[in-house]
Design a protein around this ligand. Structure first.
Ligand SMILES: Nc1ncnc2c1ncn2[C@@H]1O[C@H](COP(=O)(O)OP(=O)(O)O)[C@@H](O)[C@H]1O
Ligand SMILES: [Mg+2]
Length: 267
């Protein structure tokens, strides 16, 4: 039997209505199950690739498949498989929502109306919050939390939901060290225990390089696909991040040093 592919892209090109080509000549395959990182500097097309995989953007050339489904003609099937954490939280902060409301959304959004939270849904939402150490703030107002705490709640919402693919766009951006560690560990454990695919967009591979399996290096086209070790290659990183990028070794691990700020376009 043919191996199951999480992603397959063939000669993919994506252009925004404004005329800018964000992705071109994108060809890659990644097998399922995986914990995958999509890595590249600002503007390299990471968010564009995720949105294309969900059918939110249509290619001008080529095609992309997710678990065998075409992102244009079968995107309704893909959306049922995916739990997506967008780059900037889309939750309206002026609406007074509590931490529990956000986490429960992960349970309720995939149900058909009328949507009620049962005891089981609450238990699952609470367990997901516990994984990122936010269960004590169950009744706290979401808009009173720090950026890192909010991101942890959004990750918990995705963990509480269902579907074999978790996609997170820069979940570590603008978070403190404690939140980063909690998010990375929760995702790593969740992937191992449930065999769920995790696809994480990040401008910085360092915090996750020891748990990811496949790395896609992107700079508007594919610069490399492989293991984190293969991608921690000085030549490849210079091609992606410019001449100041370096690889350093410390305590048996390789880290990349770049001058990327991680301040991405948000829209
Ligand atoms: N809504 C949009 N309209 C026009 N151009 C866009 C839009 N979103 C992103 N772009 C452009 O497409 C390119 C890739 O953007 P993006 O996928 O957001 O990069 P990344 O997530 O890697 O920072 C950038 O040059 C960016 O300016
Ligand atoms: Mg982005």
């Amino acid at each position: 039997m043919a191996e199951k592919m999480l992603f397959e892209a063939e000669n993919l090109a994506v252009r925004y209505p404004g005329g800018e080509v964000a992705l071109h000549n994108v060809n890659f395959k990644v097998k399922t199950p995986t914990f995958m990182a999509i890595v590249g500097p600002n503007g390299s097309g990471k968010s564009t690739l995720l949105k294309t995989s969900l059918g939110m953007l249509k290619p001008i050339k080529g095609k992309m498949r997710v678990m065998g489904y075409d992102t244009v003609s079968e995107n309704n099937k893909i959306r049922k498989l995916v739990r997506y954490v967008p780059q900037r939280d889309r939750i309206e902060l002026s609406v007074p929502m509590k931490v529990k409301d956000i986490a429960l959304m992960g349970r309720l959004l995939k149900k058909s109306p009328p949507r009620f939270a049962r005891t089981k849904d609450k238990d699952i939402a609470k367990a997901a919050l516990k994984k990122v150490n936010m269960d004590d703030l169950w009744n706290r107002a979401f808009n009173e939390l720090s950026g890192g705490q909010r991101q942890r709640v959004l990750v918990a919402r995705a963990l509480a939901s269902e579907g074999p693919i978790l996609m997170l766009d820069e979940p570590l951006a603008g978070t403190d060290a404690e939140s980063q560690t909690l998010i990375v560990e929760a995702l790593g454990e969740y992937h191992k225990e449930n065999n769920v695919n995790v696809v994480m967009v990040t401008h910085d591979l360092n915090p996750i390089h020891s748990i990811v399996k496949d790395v896609l290096l992107l700079k508007n086209t594919i610069i490399g696909v492989g293991t984190p070790c293969d991608m921690m290659d000085p030549e490849l990183l210079v091609r992606v991040y410019g001449p100041s990028a370096k690889v350093v070794e410390y305590a048996g691990h390789r880290y990349c040093v770049t001058h990327d700020t991680g301040v991405d376009r948000h829209d």
